[in-house]
Design a protein around this ligand. Structure first.
Ligand SMILES: [Zn+2]
Length: 425
C-alpha cells in the first residue's frame, strides 16, 4: 500500500479530539466565546458550540480547555526556508520551529525548487511543518537583463507553480512594468521590496504587496501629510503590507548585542548563522548612523500607525530566519512591536489569522475557528485580546488536525537544540 493511502486511512481512523470548556477567539468578528467545546476530526473542525450542549464523542481524546483560549494558528507571511545547500537538519528544524511556536502557515519569500518537495513531505506528514505558499526566486536587478527577460522569467515561474513573485531591488521601470503585466495575465501576486526606480506609488498602483514598509519612508520621510496620503492610497488600492517592525529594530535600532543575545531561541539557530547575525549587529552599532536609524524607525512606526488607522490590509510577518529573528519565535517579538506602532490587538490578530487566508482567497478554508475549517489552532494560557503577549503563550499547537501538547513541543525543541549543537561554527 502506498504511503499516501496509508496516511489517508490513518486520518479516517484517528479518534476525534475535543477541546472542552475552552474560550474561543473565532476571529470572524471581534468577540470571545466562553465555555465552548471544539471537536476536531481529521484535518477539520467538525463542531464548535457551548460546552453545555455539544456532546463529546465517546472515543474522543479530551483536552481540558478550562482557563485557556483557542485562537486560529498564526501565519508567518514573510518567512524563509534555508537554501537547498543548507544541511537537511537545519531545513527540517526550521520548518518544525515555525509550527512549534505557533506559525501553522508560512509564506516563504525566497523560492527554491526544493520547497515544492518540502511542501509535499509536510503534507504527507513525513515532516512537521506549516502549510506553505512559495514565492519564486527573487526578481532583482542583477538577475533580470531587460523587460523581455523579465517576461520570460515570470512566464517560467508561473509554469513551475510558484504561488507569487518576489520583487527585489534594482529593477528598472520597464522591467517592473513587464513583470506586473505578465503577473496580472497569469494571476500571480507580487510582493516584496519596492525597487528605488519604481517607487512606492507605482508599486501600490501595480497591485504589489509591500514588505518591510519598503518605499514609504523613501517617499514620505517625516512628512505627515504625505504619510497620511500614502496610507489612504494603500487602503484604497488594497495593498497587502507586511511591516516586519521587530526585525528593523534589531537591525537599525540602538538595542545592544548583549540584549539580543539573551533571546533563548538562539539555541535553535545554526551556529554559523548566529555568528553572522552577531557580527552584523556589532558592525551596525559600531559604524551605523544611530540618529538616522532612530528617525527612520520612528517614521516607520508612524507610517504603520496611519495604515492601521485607515484600515489598510496588514499581514503578520517577521522575516525569519534573519538577524535575531528565529522561525516561529520571532512572531512573539513582532506582535508587541506592531502594538507599539499603533495597531490594535484585534488588528494584529486579524493580520496573523483571517487576513492571510483572505489574501490567498481561502477564507472559506482556514483562518477562523468555525465548523469545516482546517484545524490549525493554538491553545493559549491567556486571552490574546487582552494582552497580545498571550498569543505567544501556547499550551499546545494543532496543525492540520495534528495535536502537539506542551510536553511534546518542549521535547521537540530540546531535540532541535541537540541537533543544532552538533553543527560547527
Ligand atoms: Zn525576507
Amino acid at each position: 500500500m502506498n504511503s499516501l493511502l496509508l496516511s489517508l486511512l490513518a486520518g479516517l481512523d484517528a479518534a476525534p479530539l475535543a477541546f472542552v470548556g475552552v474560550s474561543v477567539v473565532p476571529m470572524d468578528t471581534e468577540r470571545v466565546l466562553e465555555h465552548q467545546t471544539v471537536i476536531v476530526r481529521g484535518e477539520r473542525i467538525e463542531r464548535v458550540g457551548p460546552a453545555a450542549t455539544v456532546e463529546v464523542p465517546a472515543d474522543a481524546v479530551r483536552i481540558d480547555g478550562r482557563g485557556k483560549w483557542l485562537l486560529p494558528g498564526l501565519a508567518e507571511m514573510h518567512g524563509h526556508i534555508p537554501p537547498p545547500s543548507a544541511p537537511a537538519a537545519i531545513i527540517e528544524s526550521y520548518l518544525e520551529l515555525y509550527v512549534l511556536r505557533g506559525a501553522t502557515t508560512l509564506r516563504t519569500m525566497y523560492g527554491f525548487h526544493n520547497q515544492f518537495e518540502l511542501r509535499e513531505r509536510v503534507e504527507r506528514g513525513e515532516l512537521l511543518g506549516p502549510s506553505m505558499y512559495t514565492a519564486a526566486p527573487a526578481l532583482l536587478g542583477q538577475n533580470v537583463k531587460d523587460a523581455e527577460h523579465a517576461r520570460e522569467l515570470v512566464t517560467k515561474y508561473a509554469g513551475e507553480g510558484y504561488d507569487l513573485l518576489k520583487i527585489h531591488e534594482g529593477l528598472t521601470i520597464p522591467e517592473y512594468d513587464a513583470i506586473a503585466a505578465v503577473a496580472r495575465e497569469k494571476g500571480l501576486r507580487m510582493a516584496g521590496h519596492v525597487p528605488d526606480e519604481v517607487g512606492v506609488r507605482r508599486a501600490i498602483e501595480a497591485g504589489q504587496g509591500i514588505d518591510h514598509l519598503d518605499g514609504y519612508w523613501e517617499e514620505a520621510g517625516e512628512d505627515e501629510a504625505k504619510m497620511e496620503e500614502l496610507a489612504k492610497l494603500s487602503k484604497e488600492k488594497g495593498t497587502w503590507i507586511v511591516a516586519t517592525q521587530d526585525l528593523w529594530s534589531s537591525i537599525f535600532g540602538p538595542v545592544t548585542v548583549e540584549t539580543l543575545e539573551q533571546r533563548p531561541e538562539l539555541a535553535y539557530v545554526h551556529p554559523k548563522e548566529h555568528a553572522q547575525w552577531k557580527a552584523a549587529k556589532s558592525a551596525q552599532l559600531a559604524h551605523g548612523d544611530a540618529e538616522a536609524g532612530a528617525k527612520m524607525l520612528a517614521g516607520r512606526d508612524r507610517m504603520l500607525g496611519l495604515l492601521a488607522k485607515h484600515g489598510a490590509n496588514l499581514l503578520l510577518g517577521s522575516d525569519a530566519p534573519q538577524i535575531y529573528s528565529v522561525p516561529g519565535f520571532s512572531l512573539g517579538h513582532e506582535m508587541p512591536a506592531l502594538e507599539r506602532a499603533g495597531m490594535t490587538r484585534w488588528q494584529i490578530l486579524v493580520a496573523g489569522t483571517r487576513a492571510p487566508a483572505e489574501y490567498w482567497g481561502q477564507a472559506e478554508q482556514w483562518g477562523t475557528i468555525a465548523e469545516g475549517k482546517r484545524a490549525d489552532l493554538l491553545l493559549l494560557e491567556g486571552d490574546p485580546t487582552k494582552d497580545i503577549a498571550n498569543a505567544n503563550r501556547q499550551a499546545g499547537v494543532m496543525v492540520r488536525g495534528r495535536w502537539l501538547d506542551k510536553a511534546e513541543i518542549e521535547r521537540r525543541l530540546d531535540a532541535i537544540a541537540a541537533r543544532i549543537a552538533t553543527l560547527s561554527k
